[in-house]
Design a protein around this ligand. Structure first.
Ligand code: NAD
Length: 310
């Protein structure tokens, strides 16, 4: 199978590292220092047990270098880049090729469909986590299940893709309940990302420090009300307990939104907490805690250039 990983940051590098020994995989990313490091030295993957291995990978900043068309493009950029990367994917895809997003938040599949039409996009969610340590070096930060939403017309191709992921060590399941998958992950991101980014703390602190725990619970409560009003069945019984246990299980990890604000990069607030605010507004459900988190993160983004050593 030929695969292009579009966006080879933390998660693209993790999936690229695991899939490269099993398939014809290309990592495509505009970050030249990272691509050059992988071309020169291979991709260094720090595993969950702390050991490090070097994996030879095919990496490029130029989508045209991928050559023959691919069976699968996996999109792993941040959400504000999804539509522009879908434009890269178009010419790279075989006529029956698929574009899989395992990104967080609402709206990525719609962004892919707005560029490539409704037929080739596939939504998944993954509980794996990764952190970029340096150009060419990624740390596998956490593991869990990967779910891919299927439909009858593409089930055979997705079965092959799931088998390959499984072989690469990603426990993968096909599901026909896209909303449940997406909202199940969204509520965890609502709980953890914006709060860790505003407080500048690793995930576990949210469960340890009482006022942070209350804020997390309030943000989750609003999101669950919105999900319920939309008729979504979440993939777990107790969202509050789920959010707390994920924060504890991923305790030392830095969320991707914390990594974004630490390096002055745009965050995914619009597809996470702001998605709850938008959906809540359309359903008449108040979401003041999520609205406050959105304003805080947007204020942080708007003041990246301000000196912090006051
Ligand atoms: P990332 O920030 O690591 O990479 C995204 C883009 O930013 C890439 O193009 C990358 O090359 C570039 N980039 C990263 N660090 C850079 C630096 N120091 N200098 C210049 N460019 C840099 O993104 P990610 O964490 O892999 O997330 C990709 C998608 O996967 C997002 O939608 C995210 O929500 C989702 N996701 C992330 C995790 C996680 O643990 N990181 C887990 C599940 C889903």
């Amino acid at each position: 199978m030929k695969i292009a990983v579009l966006g080879a940051g933390a998660m693209g590098s993790l999936f690229g590292a695991r899939l490269s020994p099993l398939a014809d995989v290309w990592l495509v990313d505009p970050w030249a220092a990272h691509i050059q490091a992988m071309q020169r030295d291979g991709l260094r993957l720090v595993k969950l047990n702390g050991t490090e291995s070097v994996i030879p990978v095919q990496a490029t900043t130029d989508p045209a270098a991928v050559g023959d068309q691919v069976d699968l493009a996996i999109i792993f950029v941040k959400s504000h880049q999804t539509a522009s990367v879908a434009r890269w994917a178009g010419p790279l895809l075989k006529p029956d090729g698929l574009v899989l997003t395992l990104q967080n938040g609402l709206g990525n599949l719609e962004a892919i469909a707005s560029v490539l039409g409704p037929d080739c996009g596939v939504q998944g969610v993954t509980a794996h986590g990764a952190t970029l340590m340096a150009p060419g070096r990624v740390r596998h930060a956490g593991q869990g299940e990967t779910h891919i939403a299927t439909r009858p017309s593409i089930v055979a191709r997705l079965t092959d893709i799931a088998a390959l992921f499984q072989q690469a060590g990603f426990e993968t399941h096909l599901s026909d309940n896209l909303d449940s998958l997406l909202w199940g992950k969204l509520i965890i991101n609502v709980a953890i990302n914006a709060l860790t980014a505003t407080l500048r703390v690793p995930n576990g602190l949210l469960a340890e420090v009482e006022p942070a725990r209350s804020l997390m619970a309030a943000a989750v409560d609003e999101a669950v009300r919105v999900a319920q009003a939309r008729g979504i069945t979440l993939p777990y019984d107790d969202p509050q307990e789920q959010a707390k246990s994920v924060a504890i299980a991923t305790g030392p990890n830095r969320s991707s939104m914390l990594s974004d604000v630490s390096r002055g990069a745009p965050t995914e607030i619009d597809v996470i907490n702001n998605a709850i605010v938008r959906e809540g507004a359309s359903l008449g459900i108040p979401t003041p805690v999520n609205q406050t988190l959105v304003w805080l993160i947007k204020a942080i983004e708007a003041t990246y250039s301000v000196e912090r050593n006051l």
